[in-house]
Design a protein around this ligand. Structure first.
Ligand code: 5GP
Ligand code: ZN
Length: 155
């Protein structure tokens, strides 16, 4: 994909500090880390974000599976090596959710110490439901999830 910074890293047109690479997935340090060891886990397939992922072919399924697998492994590596005490996974879809690079990626952000790290963008409790609103929303989401699962025929 032209003008995609992560495709340029994948194509070795610009450098990155890699922590993992296969035919399907690459992981490297974020250039502007929230914490030391902040990694980005990136599929080599250019999908904009999770809503853009296609699972129509074996190859696409394998890329997606390996992507999710490496998110888990990178998180486990942070914790089992005692590099850090914990980790956040962050993944942004579209600008309103903070997506600045339009190539799917997961952030694995090590967290240090025993203090509760606050994540300012996640203002728990800021939204309040009207009566019955949560149930109606859950039903809408539930139908949409069921329709996508049926359509993708993977489960
Ligand atoms: P987003 O906000 O889209 O979820 O995150 C994009 C991330 O990509 C940011 O944390 C930013 O620091 C990182 N980033 C942007 N350009 C580059 C780059 O050229 N190299 C690396 N390693 N990270 C980048
Ligand atoms: Zn790309």
């Amino acid at each position: 994909m032209d003008n995609c910074i992560f495709c340029k890293i994948i194509n070795k047109e610009i450098p990155a500090t890699k922590v993992y690479e296969s035919d399907r997935v690459i992981a490297f340090l974020d250039i502007n880390p929230i914490e030391k060891g902040h990694m980005l886990i990136v599929p080599k397939q250019h999908w904009k974000n999770l809503a853009d992922v296609k699972l129509d072919t074996e190859k696409e399924i394998e890329i997606y599976e390996e992507l999710m697998y490496i998110v888990r492994v990178a998180t486990k590596a942070v914790i089992t090596t005692k590099l850090a005490d914990g980790a956040n996974i962050l993944q942004c879809n579209n600008a309103c959710a903070g997506q600045t690079v339009d190539h799917l990626h997961f952030h694995v952000i090590p967290r240090y110490g025993s203090e509760l790290a606050t994540v300012p963008a996640f203002n728990s409790g800021a939204a309040k439901y009207e009566p019955n609103e949560a149930q109606a929303l859950a039903e809408k989401l539930s139908s949409a999830i069921a329709a996508i699962v049926k359509d993708e025929e993977l489960l």
